[in-house]
Design a protein around this ligand. Structure first.
Ligand code: NDP
Length: 306
C-alpha cells in the first residue's frame, strides 16, 4: 500500500473549468458576447483531430464560443498566415490556438510568431516567452506548465526554498515549468538526455517534474522519501503495435485498453511507495493542460476588454 497522496488532475481541472464558467457568464453579461477561441487544424493527423475535438468540447462546457478552422494538409504557409491575420483582426476571437504539429513543409515558427501576443493562448509567442522569463504576472503562460503549478498549489506543495528537478528541456514543458518554479523561489535543476547520473540528481529533489516522453523511466529508487512527483509524460505502450492516438479522454482510454494499448507516464507508478505526492497517468497533468487553455482564453478576453 503506497503512502503518496494522489493529486487528482480530473478533480482540479473540473474546479478550474467551473471557475472559468462563472467568469465567462460575468464577461458575457458585461460585454454582450462570450469569450471566443479559434482553433486551427491543418491536415488530418488523427491525434491532433482528437485534441481539437476535446478542446472544442471544453469550450462548450465553460461558455466559450469556439470557431473551428480546418485546412487541408497541403495548405501553403502563406494561406495559414492569411487566416491568422484574419483571426488577429476578428473582435469575437480572444484566443487563437494553432494545433501542433503542423504538417511537414509548413513554417511553424512563422505561423506561431504571427499570432497576436494578446491572443496567444498557448503562450508560445516570443513576446509571451520573454514576459514569462521576466516573471510578469499578466502573461499568457503555456498551458501544461501552468497546470503543473496549479496542481502543486492545490495540493499545498510550496516550491519556496524547495529543490526542484525538471527532467526535459523542451520549449513547451521543461523550460517554462523550470522558470515558473524558479519564480516561486525553488532551486531548480533542469536535466536532459546528456545529464550524467540522472537518478542521483533526481534523488536530491523535493519536487520532480518528468517531461521526457519515455515510458516509466523514473523508478521508485530515484525518488526521495516524501517528494512531490509530477508526471507530465504521455506514452502509449502496446504489446503488438503502437496506437496512432494518445489521449487523456477516459472513453478513448477504455477503448485503447480493449485493443491492448495502455497510456502510461514517464514515472513508474511504484514511486507511490516513497513519494509524498504523485500525479497519475491518465488523470493527472493531461486534464489540467486542457483546463488551463480555457483559463487562458478567459484571461485573454478580460485583458483585451481592458
Ligand atoms: P520533447 O521530446 O520535446 O522533449 C523531451 C525532453 O526529454 C528533451 O529535453 C530530452 O533531452 C529529454 N530526454 C529524452 N530522453 C531522455 C533521457 N533518457 N534522460 C533524460 N532526459 C531525456 O518532449 P515534450 O516536452 O514535448 O513532452 C514530454 C512528454 O510530455 C511527452 O511524453 C509528451 O507526450 C508529454 N506531454 C504531455 C502533455 C500533457 O498535457 N500531459 C503536454 C505536452 C507534452 P534533449 O533535449 O537532450 O534531447
Amino acid at each position: 500500500m503506497g503512502k503518496a497522496r494522489i493529486i487528482d488532475g480530473n478533480e482540479i481541472a473540473a474546479k478550474v473549468l467551473a471557475e472559468v464558467k462563472s467568469e465567462t457568464e460575468g464577461f458575457a453579461a458585461e460585454t454582450g458576447r462570450p469569450p471566443g477561441l479559434a482553433v486551427v487544424l491543418v491536415g488530418d493527423d488523427p491525434a491532433s483531430s482528437v485534441y481539437v475535438r476535446m478542446k472544442i468540447k471544453d469550450c462548450g462546457r465553460c461558455g466559450i464560443e469556439s470557431f473551428s478552422h480546418r485546412l487541408p494538409a497541403e495548405t501553403p504557409t502563406e494561406k495559414i498566415l492569411d487566416l491568422v491575420n484574419r483571426l488577429n483582426g476578428d473582435d469575437k476571437v480572444d484566443g487563437i490556438l494553432v494545433q501542433l504539429p503542423l504538417p511537414e513543409g509548413v513554417d511553424t515558427i512563422s505561423v506561431l510568431d504571427r499570432i497576436d501576443p494578446a491572443k496567444d493562448v498557448d503562450g508560445f509567442h516570443p513576446i509571451n516567452v520573454g514576459r514569462l522569463v521576466r516573471g510578469d504576472h499578466a502573461v499568457l503562460m503555456p498551458c501544461t506548465p501552468s497546470g503543473v503549478m496549479r496542481m502543486l498549489d492545490e495540493s499545498g506543495v510550496n516550491p519556496h526554498g524547495a529543490r526542484a528537478v525538471v527532467i526535459g528541456r523542451s520549449d513547451i514543458v521543461g523550460k517554462p515549468v523550470a522558470l515558473l518554479l524558479l519564480h516561486r523561489h525553488a532551486t531548480v535543476t533542469i536535466c536532459h538526455s546528456k545529464t550524467p547520473d540522472l537518478p542521483g540528481v533526481v534523488r536530491e529533489a523535493d519536487i520532480v517534474v518528468a517531461a521526457v516522453g519515455r515510458p516509466l523511466m523514473v523508478e521508485k529508487d530515484w525518488v526521495k522519501e516524501g517528494a512531490a512527483v509530477i508526471d507530465v509524460g504521455m506514452n502509449s505502450i502496446s504489446r503488438e503495435e503502437s496506437p496512432e492516438v494518445i489521449t487523456t479522454d477516459p472513453t478513448r482510454i477504455r477503448d485503447f485498453e480493449k485493443k491492448g494499448y495502455t497510456l502510461v507516464g514517464d514515472v513508474s507508478p511504484g514511486v507511490v511507495d516513497v513519494a509524498g505526492w504523485y500525479t497519475p497517468v491518465p488523470g493527472g497533468v493531461g486534464p489540467m493542460t486542457r483546463a488551463m487553455l480555457m483559463a487562458n482564453t478567459m484571461n485573454a478576453a478580460k485583458w483585451r476588454a481592458g
